[in-house]
Design a protein around this ligand. Structure first.
Ligand code: MRU
Length: 357
């Protein structure tokens, strides 16, 4: 099973909204299908969203190339950049989406500089599309390699410890990246090293990424996992069931504040009270060094029906007012370390993040 695959000019996406009941792939030949898949969380998790967006960009570039209404290179370029902005708006918090689009835009602008408008041919645009495709493939390859590096750096934190019981929130696994996952990559490595006893997976209301995706993914790999509803996290910590917490991230600021799936902040507060180390695993593409404080991070607000319904069943009055932020921000004071592909960052994060650059 794979999360996404670029094959013969199409992007195949595993529809994660149907897991764990059905394994169905969507064959995207149009960037709009990818945009819809990102918006609807068919593909989700910050790194996977970035990779999917890079391929969507390639599909959009191909469309611009074959659009008779865009005869000149300048018109094709303008249209492509405008479609890319539509893609960018699909999910506002995951910075990897912006990062991937910026990277593709920068390449596009580099490729189109110095091309004489008189010497343009269809081949000129085709070679641009080819270069964009190579860049998207590279982004996917890099993402895969990053997860391996993070796994090893993260597992090293626990050298000498055995029978570890790790709690995680949401899904920061293979389903959320092009590789083995961020938080779950570290967990996989600990399992490989014989140090892991069990994972405790928060269910992750309202869209259940923990119960639908994390448990599914770990069970596929025969890694022992216990599912708990989000409001059982405190119980598990109070009863000494948890040795450490590892989660992923959607955006990390220059001072180390971390936006991640709604509920992460609560877990971090609980961890502090119970003196359990709380770690975040994320690649460099998740850092947003233009922001200092977590309260500058835009938080995606989602459809109230996600809360009014549990799956397909309505569990609240149809017109009740609902608060549905998709993410919350964990302040850096609650974080013991940020696991990156370049090693583990420790407080003072302002300094360690600056040094990592
Ligand atoms: O809304 P989602 O499912 O895209 O949220 C995902 C998360 O919050 C993950 O923890 C984060 O993106 C990191 S994935 C490696």
């Amino acid at each position: 099973m794979y999360t996404l695959r670029w094959i013969k000019g199409q992007l195949e996406l595993l529809d994660q909204t149907l897991l764990p009941v059905k394994t169905t792939y969507i064959h995207c030949t149009d960037w709009r299908q990818v945009a819809e898949a990102i918006k609807m969380l068919r593909v989700r998790g910050a790194p996977a969203i970035g990779v999917a967006a890079a391929y969507a960009y390639v599909l959009a570039a191909k469309e611009a190339g074959s659009d008779a209404k865009l005869p000149s290179l300048a018109e094709k370029q303008k249209q492509l950049v405008s479609w890319a902005e539509e893609l960018r708006s699909t999910r506002p918090t995951a910075i990897n989406l912006m990062w991937a689009i910026d990277r593709m835009n920068q390449l596009l602008s580099k490729l189109t500089t110095n091309i004489d408008s008189k010497t343009q041919t269809t081949d000129t645009w085709n070679s641009i599309v080819q270069a964009l495709e190579e860049e998207a493939v590279q982004i996917e390859k890099e993402d895969k390699a990053l997860t391996e590096a993070m796994a090893s750096a993260g597992a090293d934190i626990f050298k000498g410890q055995q029978h570890l019981r790790i709690m995680t929130h949401c899904n920061a696994g293979a389903l959320a990246t092009a590789g083995i996952g961020t938080a779950l990559g570290v967990i996989r490595e600990l399992y490989k090293r014989g140090q892991l006893e069990r994972v405790y997976a928060d269910e992750t209301r309202p869209l259940l990424q923990g119960s639908r995706l994390t448990t599914f993914e770990l069970m596929e790999d025969k890694i022992p996992v216990t599912l708990q509803t989000d409001n059982m996290a405190a119980y598990a910590m109070q009863h000494g069931l948890i040795d450490a917490i590892i989660v992923g991230a959607d955006r990390i600021t220059a001072q180390g504040d971390v936006a991640n799936k709604i509920g992460t902040y609560g877990v971090a507060v609980l961890a502090k009270y119970h003196k359990i180390p709380f770690y975040v695993a994320a690649p460099y593409s998740t850092f947003d060094l233009t922001l200092t404080s977590g309260n500058q991070i835009p938080i995606e607000m989602r459809d109230p029906d996600e809360v009014r319904y549990f799956g397909n069943r309505r569990t609240a009055p149809a017109d009740v007012d609902v608060l549905n932020p998709a993410f919350d921000v964990t302040p850096h004071e609650l974080i013991a370390g940020i696991i990156t592909e370049r090693g583990v960052l420790r407080p003072d994060f302002k300094e360690s993040i600056q040094r990592m650059k």
